[in-house]
Design a protein around this ligand. Structure first.
Ligand code: MLT
Length: 265
């Protein structure tokens, strides 16, 4: 994808995205605490206008002081669809991006033409998980993004990929380090408070692809299978040699899986 930034305003914030190609919209929603550049290696798809936003408080999108929730992120995306002039889009979300995609589905199912759920999960945080979010937010307030880097970076990539591609490790680290404290804390609180989406699965009636890295430590294949089994007709693609970030670790395999699915939607 190209790097050129386009901006729109929503909820008083200056929000960034990039778009390329022509056709139906494919919205690529990045994970925590990354930005839209995580989709760069995947490229565009024939017949699609590929649109990759930076979530509020990440990448080049302004951070609000407050108002972080799955609802706020989802409304930012729905406002972006309005700006693009599109009623419907195929939504692709990785990890936290998937939590937001579930929220869009809950709020505006008529705007969802298809789903790609990548290295994400439908279940909400359990109590220890919620406490973990609070502890991490506290560390981020004291130590900044370094706290998230220390806790998450070792778990994001397949160890073999990390060993072979030190540049990729650096790229991911830089994305994390570039995220402002307000965006990090806001996202941690939004993930802590996100609703459970398990009951939503059986209501999904659009074509769905579930993708997961075979070596994902954060949302392993067993978790992906729960989503794929819960959604009528969903397909599951397990990407060998990838951890939590297949679009960066195995871009060709990920692109091929996405392309096969998108050609059918
Ligand atoms: C992500 O990759 O977006 C996060 O790991 C999601 C999470 O912490 O639940």
């Amino acid at each position: 994808m190209t790097d050129s930034t386009t901006r729109y305003r929503h909820d008083g914030l200056n929000l960034a995205y990039q778009a390329e190609g022509a056709g139906s919209v494919l919205l690529l929603v990045h994970g925590f605490p990354l930005n839209r550049s995580m989709w760069k290696r995947v490229g565009g798809f024939d017949g699609y206008r590929t649109v990759a936003p930076d979530l509020r408080g990440m990448g080049e999108s302004e951070a609000s002081a407050a108002n972080y929730s799955m609802a706020a992120y989802a409304d930012d995306l729905l406002a972006l669809l309005d700006v693009l002039g599109d009623d419907r889009a195929v939504l692709c979300g990785l990890s936290m991006g998937g939590y937001i995609v579930f929220e869009v589905l809950r709020r505006a199912p008529e705007r969802v033409a298809g789903l790609i759920l990548m290295d994400t999960k439908a279940a909400a945080d359990d109590e220890p998980g919620r406490q973990g979010r609070d502890a991490m937010a506290e560390r981020v307030r004291h130590d900044g993004p370094a706290a998230v880097v220390a806790a998450m970076l070792p778990k994001l990539l397949d160890p073999e990929v990390a060993r072979q591609q030190p540049d990729l490790v650096d790229l991911v680290r830089r994305m994390m380090e570039g995220t402002p404290v307000a965006g990090l804390v806001g996202a941690l609180e939004a993930m802590r408070d996100r609703p459970d989406s398990l009951a939503l699965l059986e209501r999904v009636s659009v074509p769905t692809l579930v993708v997961v890295g075979a070596e994902d430590q954060l949302t392993p294949p067993a978790v992906a299978r729960i989503m794929a089994n819960g959604i009528r007709g969903a397909e599951l693609e397990v990407i060998p040699g990838a951890g939590h970030l297949p679009p960066l670790e195995r871009p060709s395999r990920t692109r091929a899986a996405m392309g096969r699915f998108l050609a059918r939607v």
